[in-house]
Design a protein around this ligand. Structure first.
Ligand code: ZN
Length: 182
């Protein structure tokens, strides 16, 4: 699938809740996993392939320099066994501790900037097989969850940057928007 670039209005659309997990949804999730891997991303939201839906895929398992933890019911689980993760209608509860970290986005090629995020999150979502899951995450997984759930609500990482960071990429953003409107 082609990844939508900044400037396309679908990136600002709030995703519709998924009430029924159909074959179309399963196929979309599979195609998104393939697209994310091909682009070497750790997460992809449905909006980034043109669908305003509450569906995201995340895979942080192979990222050794930015570790993550995941706990279910207070017990740490093996992230590799849970990856790639397909989450439907995810809702997050953010921890109070904040952390500054580098972030990029497949819809903003060649832009990396520090973004402040909660260091820990609690997530609640449906899995692609219809089961409900609740887990706690830290590290890159916590960051990826916040980045992707923002996408599902039409919020982009540039909205989370401080004004200095955003100003430093202002020229690139304007060029991307221009390219999109041609
Ligand atoms: Zn993104």
């Amino acid at each position: 699938m082609e990844i939508v670039q900044y400037g396309d209005p679908v990136l600002r659309a709030k995703g519709a809740r998924i009430e029924t997990i159909t074959d179309d949804i399963r196929n979309l999730a599979d195609a998104m996993i393939g697209t994310m891997r091909k682009a070497n991303g750790v997460g992809l939201a449905a909006q980034q392939v043109g669908y305003a839906l509450q569906l995201t895929v995340i895979d942080v398992a192979g990222v050794e320099d930015r570790p993550s933890t995941m706990k279910i019911g207070g017990e740490e689980v093996n992230i590799e066994e849970w990856s790639p993760m397909v989450l439907l209608n995810p809702v997050l509860e953010l921890g109070t501790e904040k952390e500054l970290g580098a972030e990029g986005c497949l819809s903003f090629p060649n832009i990396v900037s520090d973004v402040q995020r909660a260091a820990t999150v609690k997530a609640k979502a449906l899995l692609i097989d219809g089961r409900e899951v609740e887990f706690e995450a830290t590290g890159l997984l916590a960051r990826a969850l916040q980045h992707e759930v923002d996408h599902l609500n039409g919020v982009l990482f540039i909205d989370r940057m401080n004004s200095a960071a955003k100003a430093s990429i202002g020229g690139k953003l304007r060029r991307m928007q221009k390219k999109q409107s041609r």
